[in-house]
Design a protein around this ligand. Structure first.
Ligand SMILES: Cc1ncc(COP(=O)(O)O)c(C=O)c1O
Ligand SMILES: N[C@@H](CCCC[NH3+])C(=O)O
Length: 439
């Protein structure tokens, strides 16, 4: 059994996180329940920041809030002094409501609407990461109308195939994101942007994908971007003050995953940028990164109650829990693998291998296909590890299932930071079609 962060098994054989018994949490808040180990999130944030500091490199570590965006999480990011990557009006609105300092917000997105851009300009975000020509011209026009300057990065696709699931690859040439670096699009965009008096171009951005275990792709991307910057330094007299290398650092979900420590990704990136800038005669730019998964992934655990079982002799035994693809879409979407234990019987020997099914009306609603467990009974508490990134943030209401609440645990106390959705909440946007309805 692999335990993460502050997790341990207490003297009564229960899983404890942040010094709090998870069985008590399940009783207090109900199940399903997302539990976040705050100390582990702080540890990750500090490790990223400290690595840049100790290597004497100016940097911004922007938490990619798509991984898990709530008011409390954004307040925690602010407490730790990170920057924030938002990718939609909704994530920006959450940041605004959490009173996150606007100058440390970076606004992403491959199809930002006019109203989203206006919202970013109204709020004076620190930087807009411009993705395509439509956005570039629209932003220039809006800034011109408002006589407002804005700092921008140009997102480029470096043409790199990182080793990860096809659906979460983003740096390859055939991608919906960014200006192509090879075919001249990026150069055209830069030429336009640096001539516009309202666009202050800080530099380039790239993101090669997610759940990546090697540093080769990041280093290759850095090299490609810096080589182009050296070219543009000559031809366009452009000097980048920022190089944003995105996020994507992999984490351990199961034994099959062998990630590096978050710090080592950063160290190798910095080394590469130093080597290449020296070789090309460029000034060392600020290095920005955008970790999402590696900030919160293994800090999140989902607690479920075991319900029905179905034994298919000689094939498999299904154990159903009170959540599923509504609170964790990743197994259905990416065939993602997870580990889990019975939180109330954590010291017991595993005696059988079962399949963990969700409660949705969908055969693909499976959380884990082969999980060794002690023989489980109804109301046992199943703890699925590493659900902190893209769990809550991709949750949905399929089958009109309400979203679970979120609790933060730290130093022996728990705090509810997102309430459980109620059936009433589910209907809050519904309007009646017939007269005299009770809706
Ligand atoms: C532009 C950008 N930055 C950062 C991230 C965060 O990635 P991860 O959660 O893998 O660190 C993503 C998602 O892949 C992204 O698209
Ligand atoms: N949502 C994906 C990652 C996408 C990252 C954002 N570009 C996941 O759960 O792995």
């Amino acid at each position: 059994m692999h335990l993460y962060g502050t997790a341990n098994i207490n003297e009564i054989g229960h899983l404890e996180i942040g010094g709090v018994d998870t069985v008590t949490l399940a009783k207090k808040y109900g199940t399903p329940l997302y539990v976040y180990d705050v100390a582990l999130i702080r540890k990750r944030a500090r490790a990223f920041k400290k690595t840049f500091e100790s290597m004497g490199v100016k940097a911004q570590v922007a938490y990619a809030s798509k991984a898990f965006s709530t008011i409390a999480m954004i307040q925690l990011v602010e407490e730790e002094g990170l920057s924030l990557d938002v990718v939609s009006g909704g994530e920006l609105f959450t940041a605004i409501k959490a009173e996150f300092p606007s100058e440390r917000i970076h606004f992403h997105g491959n199809n930002k609407s006019e109203s989203e851009l206006l919202m970013a300009l109204d709020y004076h975000v620190g930087c807009i990461v411009v993705d395509n020509f439509h956005e570039l011209y629209l932003l220039a026009q809006l800034c011109e109308q408002r006589k407002q300057e804005v700092k921008v990065l140009l997102r480029v696709t470096p043409g790199i195939e990182a080793h990860t699931h096809d659906y979460i690859l983003t740096g390859q040439e055939d991608s919906k994101f960014g200006f192509d670096l090879q075919n001249g699009q990026a150069e055209d965009a830069l030429t336009y942007a640096i001539q516009n008096q309202y666009l202050d171009v800080l530099g380039l951005h790239c993101h090669i994908g997610s759940q990546i275990f090697e540093t080769t792709g990041f280093k290759l991307a850095a090299k490609k971007l810096l080589e182009k910057l050296a070219e543009w330094n000559e031809s366009l007299l452009f000097e980048a003050s920022v190089l944003n290398l995105g996020g994507g650092f992999g984490i351990r979900y199961t034994d099959e995953d062998a990630p590096l420590s978050p710090e080592s990704y950063v160290v190798e990136m910095i080394d590469e940028v130093r080597i290449e800038t020296e070789r090309l005669g460029l000034a060392l730019p600020e290095i920005w990164i955008e970790p999402g998964r590696s900030m919160v992934g293994d800090a999140g655990t989902t607690l479920y109650s075991v319900g029905s079982q179905k034994d298919v002799p000689n094939i498999r035994k299904y154990l159903a829990v009170d959540g599923g693809m509504t609170d964790n879409l990743r197994p259905a979407l990416y065939d993602a693998k997870y580990e889990a234990i019975l939180a109330n019987r954590a010291n017991e020997k595993t005696t059988e291998t079962v399949a963990i099914a969700g409660k949705c009306c969908e055969s693909g609603d499976m959380l884990i296909w082969d999980l060794p467990l002690p023989e489980a009974a109804p109301n046992d508490i199943l703890a699925v590890f590493c659900t902190g990134a893209y769990g809550y943030s991709m949750s949905n209401n399929y089958n009109r299932i309400p979203r679970p609440p979120v609790v933060f645990v730290e130093n022996g106390t728990s705090q509810l930071v997102v309430k459980r959705e109620s059936y009433e909440d589910l209907l809050r946007l519904d309007l009646s079609y017939v007269e005299k309805s009770q809706v």
